[in-house]
Design a protein around this ligand. Structure first.
Ligand code: ADP
Length: 453
């Protein structure tokens, strides 16, 4: 939900406070894409619908036009999608002058049906399935990222070499160091809060220049909207201050990676359905089934938590990034951590996702896995303890994009709950990412073999 009604927007346009409306969809990579409308045009006509080229949901980070997508191609002429503004998401964009924003659903140009592989539609489908069982999902996605001393432009022009984080040392929970970053972080917190996003806090993370932003948990779709807007704002505000913010999960093999942990709980009639005061750890049977599904199907949906080649560089022992599909009580070495045990706030945190995840896809896949656990009344294995990295019996998450792509392609479960068209679409996106990487000669190969091979 935004924080402006359509009528509020109209009066702000009439009194000249708003002159621009960003009309955005969220693409496969989780980015905001769209148009900047003159506000007068938006409130007169374009609030109804606008259009975009349908390659926007069949491209990569470079805006390439890969072959192999059934939904669109050069062959089919790359037609249009309808962008349908969801007027419940209108909000001000306080870090840009005179600007408001609205998020759009993506519809078929001819039938006006939701486009199945659109991230917002994918999440809405699982929310509806959960609703049919009588539950609502409350979610929180943490945003970790690095701030750099130089600007995006300077860094790109220097070939992304000699990257220098904004600070000189590990700033985990560090008030002194993060005070020095307030020039960027304070406007991020305050502008987002003023845009109706319930910011809880920011904190230094466990590396030089690494920050985390926490947003209060919300209904799943709102949570994903909050995440996408916050990620966008962080980059834009860092840019305004002459710095860069990066959500690459692992920008240096010598540094800690960035994650996006996802906190999850189900509610029924406004009450926490994961809580049972008489049960061990306060976990209801429903929660046990949900977690069993989450854990069992984690390899199937790892792609949606780690969509690029780089995402898999984060998964390594002793780094707080998990490698095992087990759960544990307040233990940061497991893929799934039980938080708030014994309280109404009891919830599960999935720690597998990287900072590059698309929050709609990640949440949809996890809700689907949890629903499967509930439907099949799956039993939850006992919690693991100790250093889970060393637990040989614990299941592994796929360790490469190649492996995760094959697991996704062959997942009968995901095909059943998301549809073959959606899984084929994202499998193709994953394959393309790998193909692009495979054809490039890396610096590492040159340095290793140039003289010595
Ligand atoms: P951490 O130990 O990871 O720092 P926090 O206490 O900061 O955990 O909480 C992390 C996130 O969990 C916050 O964004 C918070 O809003 C969210 N959260 C709290 N209660 C719930 C709940 N019942 N369901 C989902 N998310 C929740």
């Amino acid at each position: 939900m935004g924080n402006l009604t359509f009528d509020d927007l109209k009066s702000r346009v009439a009194d000249g406070t708003v002159d621009t409306v960003l009309t955005c969809l969220v693409d496969m990579q989780g980015r905001l894409m769209g148009k900047r409308f003159h506000a007068a045009n938006f409130v007169e006509t374009s609030f109804n619908e606008t259009h975009c080229c349908n390659y926007l949901l069949a491209t990569d980070l470079e805006m390439a036009t890969p072959s192999g997508f059934a939904s669109t191609s050069w062959q089919s002429g790359y037609g249009d999608y309808v962008m349908k503004p969801d007027l419940s998401t209108i909000r001000m964009v306080p870090w840009l002058e005179g600007t408001a924003m609205v998020l759009c659903d993506v519809l078929d140009h001819h039938t006006h049906e939701p486009v199945p592989h659109s991230p917002r539609a994918i999440l809405k489908k699982q929310i509806d399935r959960l609703k049919a069982l009588g539950f609502d999902a409350m979610m929180a996605t943490e945003l970790e990222f690095f701030l750099f001393a130089k600007s995006f432009d300077e860094i790109r022009k220097s070939g992304f070499r000699d990257l220098e984080p904004i600070s000189g040392y590990n700033e985990d929970y560090h008030i002194l160091q993060t005070t020095k970053e307030e020039g960027v972080m304070r406007p991020i917190r305050n502008h987002l809060y003023a845009a109706g996003i319930p910011i809880e806090n920011s904190k230094g993370e466990a590396e030089a220049g690494q920050e985390e932003l926490n947003i209060r948990y919300a209904a799943a779709l709102d949570c994903a909207d909050h995440h996408s807007i916050a990620k966008h704002a962080i980059k834009e505000i860092a840019w305004q201050q002459g710095h860069a913010a990066s959500f690459l999960p692992k920008w240096s093999h010598d540094r800690v990676g960035s994650s996006s942990h996802v906190h999850q709980s189900l509610w029924a009639d406004g009450k926490p359905a994961f809580y049972d005061k008489d049960a061990k750890l306060g976990m209801s049977e429903l929660m046990e089934h949900y977690m069993a599904g989450l854990i069992a199907y984690a390899p199937d949906y790892t792609y949606f938590l780690a969509p690029y080649v780089n995402s898999y560089k984060r998964f390594s022992k002793g780094t707080f990034a998990p490698t095992k599909t087990v759960w544990s009580v307040d233990n940061r070495t497991a893929g799934f951590r039980l938080c708030g045990d014994g309280t109404k706030g009891v919830r599960v945190e999935c720690r597998i996702g990287g900072s590059d995840l698309n929050p709609y896809l990640a949440q949809a896949a996890m809700l689907a896995a949890g629903i499967k656990g509930i439907e099949d009344k799956m039993p939850l294995a006992p919690a693991t303890t100790g250093d889970v990295y060393e637990d040989a019996k614990a299941g592994d998450i796929p360790q490469t994009l190649r492996k995760a792509t094959e697991t996704l392609r062959n997942s009968k479960f995901l095909r059943d709950v998301m549809g073959d068209d959606v899984i084929d679409h994202y499998t193709r996106a994953a394959e393309w990412e790998q193909e692009e990487f495979d054809r490039v000669v890396t610096d590492w190969e040159i340095a290793r073999g140039f003289e010595r091979a």
